[in-house]
Design a protein around this ligand. Sequence first.
Ligand SMILES: [Zn+2]
Length: 331
Amino acid sequence: MEHLAKPYPWQSEQWAFLQSLIGQQRLPHALLLEGAKGVGKRQIAHSLGSFLLCQSPVDNSACGQCRSCALILAGTHPDFFLVSPQEKSSVIKVDQIRSLIDFVSKTSQQGGRKVIILEPAEAMNINAANALLKSLEEPTADTFLMLVSHQSSKLLPTIKSRCQSLECPIPDSGSASDWLAGYAGEDRAGLLLRLADGRPLAALDLINSEAMEVREALCKDLVGLINQTSSLVAVSQKWSKEELETVLFWLACWLGDMLRWMPTGDLGRIKDLDQMDLYSLCQQRGQYKALFPLMDDVILARHQLGGGSNPNKQLLLENVFIHWLSWLNVT
Ligand SMILES: [Zn+2]
């Protein structure tokens, strides 16, 4: 990390709220930051962590100059503890929570507060969650735990009830697109935000990854399949070697657009207006009702891909394309 984390522009309300809690010495020992992935929950947790450890905060922010800030920047602050799934794992294990409990039991090395960030909290397996529960029941003075959760409905109710919740909503489109325009230009910011359902960091990911290039080439190939100028096997083979998650994300995005647009013809319900040629082509040939089972197929394929069962990627994708083509009576 080159800079200390600071809240994003759209988080000023949450930040002010946290500052007021600190000012009144009412900051809870366990805070649950809840909201969709890509709205900046991690950022506000790290901002708060640096602030709580900073020796001389300036304007409600960590100073970036003191010894504590330097240790945070170096990633070596002894009173800061980060828990997240270890390499190649998607799970936070009980051993990691035991280390956390060990950290809580020790006195702070810099003589002040201790901060723990656990992200994402839903990654804890049941043993880990139960171990954490014990620690939540006996809070320690000057130790602050922040749980970051993209899917807080998956957390044990007993954990949620022991934390104070801080909702991190989808920001208003104005401040999000102003911020995103700094990275993507004003022209593209609106489209990117729509594609990412208003989540600014997810929108940034779209341009920092190859997702937008995939989108363009994939759409061409799909139109080629529908017009029977491309081969099903070749197209499936090509895309199964790419980031299949991204491929399925776009297919779901386009089907979602058509599901919202076709019954009403309302263009305002379309996220990806660039893809109107594809949508019109599909509308001319396909029945609206048959879109639902096709969408189910794509959702299932995404589920299989994410489920760790290691499916045959080419077959998975080929089946989705076959279903898509049979929807449009392309044989
Ligand atoms: Zn400082």
